[in-house]
Design a protein around this ligand. Structure first.
Ligand code: GAP
Length: 471
């Protein structure tokens, strides 16, 4: 950034820039802390000091993840006639990675700092006076960049030699390409059609960072949408729109999303068009998903290397062709982080006694929320209140994740669910059990997490009300 400002103005500008940076990093710290405190995300192997780039999802995190993956699957597979799913193995024949180009070219340029021995991404180094600098110790004494392959190597079977070597998959896409013929035959689909997969991928990232944003073990949600060559460019636009619609429907607002068209000289050599869908994270605008038109590159590579035909027979023209492919490729962990960042909010509220406090609330879309509804008897030592509340839990739990809580003041219980992102709270009170007359018997209070407004609802109406909100 080149900015020329007179003295006082420059100081003001840089002070404001620094305070924006500080606010962003404070916000991120608060999100990470909430994730641990409430059981969304823990450091992997924490009691042994952790394992850099690996994370575990706790009780709330696993529900959020499941809701995200289920909604992706619903949107991309179940609601469509032209997409089927598959679930491939994590270990594949090494030749897959030779043919796809990963063995030779899936690498990042890396340098070592001779002073502090840090290993660093060469393309992410800060510069001072035109010279690359170590961000850890500030030294300029860096090695020349070298290619560092990101795939995790492993051995299959009892011998640990070259012939037994393979890799943990660095993307799910390749198992779709190598199963293209099998899936085509069993599904009897006609072009254009897609194969979708959700699954783990592994990359030995040089600098895993920004919490779960860039990790070494993560999960992808990928679609390979096969088509005739003349449909590729149009379908690239179509899938970009579809994917933006998806993000809107899980509660990521348009103004936090950006579409970055990758210029031709920065695209993979086989791609005829690539968009990155980016999100405004507290640590900057970063990629959430890539939507790429990969032409016929992958199937052609695998056909050549395996010697097996990976063609499609077009009944209409009676010709064989290698389909082209458009690939929307998203990350589960990154999207989950975007959801948490977008949802995190703090507001000052005043209670009945005029006392104000800061309320932390996760404004997750009800569709994504790990728990859909908290259920609270007003008092835990009243048998009738507890019994009714438990009956409501039983009525709902087959359909959705609910949480029963009888401990502490009702306000505290609401706050705990606000932090967990639970969109609705149901309170069973003395009206419910008819102690204040028949008018409100068998009705409950429903509290909205975001507005904190409350309304009364008949118990029989609860399932329908909640289903409509979380559909
Ligand atoms: N098949 C194409 C492919 O894998 P990519 O851009 O390398 O493309 C796709 O990855 C998506 O996978 C990214 O947009 C991101 O959401 C997710 N992803 C990639 N590397 C990741 C990492 N180290 N940690 C978390 N998510 C990652």
């Amino acid at each position: 950034m080149h900015v020329h400002l007179p003295g006082a103005q420059a100081v003001q500008f840089f002070t404001s820039l620094m305070s924006q940076k500080k606010a962003a990093s404070d916000r991120m710290e608060k999100i990470v802390s909430l994730c641990k405190r409430r059981g969304f995300v823990f450091q992997s192997s924490e009691i042994y000091g952790g394992l850099n780039g690996c994370w575990d999802y706790g009780p709330l995190g696993v529900e959020l993840r499941r809701n995200l993956k289920d909604f992706w699957w619903r949107r991309m597979v179940r609601e469509r006639d032209d997409v089927v799913g598959m679930d491939g193995s994590i270990l594949l024949n090494r030749q897959v990675w030779v043919a796809s180009g990963h063995e030779n070219t899936f690498s990042d340029p890396m340098v070592d700092c001779r002073n502090c021995k840090s290993r660093l991404r060469a393309d992410q180094l800060p510069e001072k006076d035109g010279r690359k600098q170590c961000p850890v110790c500030g030294s300029f004494d860096l090695t020349e960049p070298r290619a560092f392959n990101l795939m995790f190597k492993t051995f299959v079977g009892a011998t640990e030699d070259e012939s037994a070597t393979t890799y943990l998959r660095p993307e799910t896409a390749q198992s779709i390409f190598v199963q293209f013929r099998n899936v085509l035959e069993v599904s009897r689909k006609k072009l254009p059609f897609g194969i979708a997969q959700i699954g783990k991928a592994f990359r030995n990232e040089i600098n895993p960072r920004n919490f779960i944003f860039r990790s070494r073990e993560f999960e992808q949600m990928e679609l390979e949408y096969f088509c005739f060559p003349n449909q590729g460019l149009e379908l690239l636009e179509y899938w970009l729109k579809e994917r933006l619609r998806f993000y809107a429907d899980i509660g990521l607002s348009k103004d936090k999303l950006h579409v970055h068209e990758i210029p031709p000289d920065e695209r993979s050599h086989y791609s005829k068009g690539t968009y990155d869908i980016e999100f405004e994270f507290p640590f900057g605008v970063q990629e959430l998903e890539g939507v790429a038109y990969r032409t016929d590159y992958d199937l052609t590579q695998h056909q050549k290397a395996s010697g097996k035909p990976l063609e499609y027979f077009d009944e209409e023209t009676k010709t064989h062709l290698i389909p082209h492919v458009v690939e929307p490729s998203a990350g589960v962990d990154r999207t989950l982080l975007a959801l948490l960042c977008a949802a995190y909010d703090e507001e000052t509220v005043t209670d009945d006694k005029g006392k104000s406090e800061v309320r932390t609330v996760l404004r997750l879309h009800p569709r994504m929320a790990p728990i859909k509804c908290g259920i609270f008897p007003l008092l835990k030592n009243n048998e009738l209140l507890v019994k009714k509340a438990r009956e409501i839990v039983e009525m709902l739990r087959g359909d959705m994740a609910v949480f029963y809580d009888e401990t502490g003041a009702i306000g505290r219980r609401y706050r705990r669910q606000d932090e967990a992102g639970t969109p609705f709270g149901i309170t069973v009170d003395f009206d419910t059990i008819g102690e204040n007359g028949p008018a409100n018997q068998d009705t409950v209070t429903v509290r909205y997490r975001d507005s904190m407004e409350q309304k009364r609802l008949a118990i029989t109406e609860i399932p329908g009300f909640l289903r409509e909100q979380i559909a």
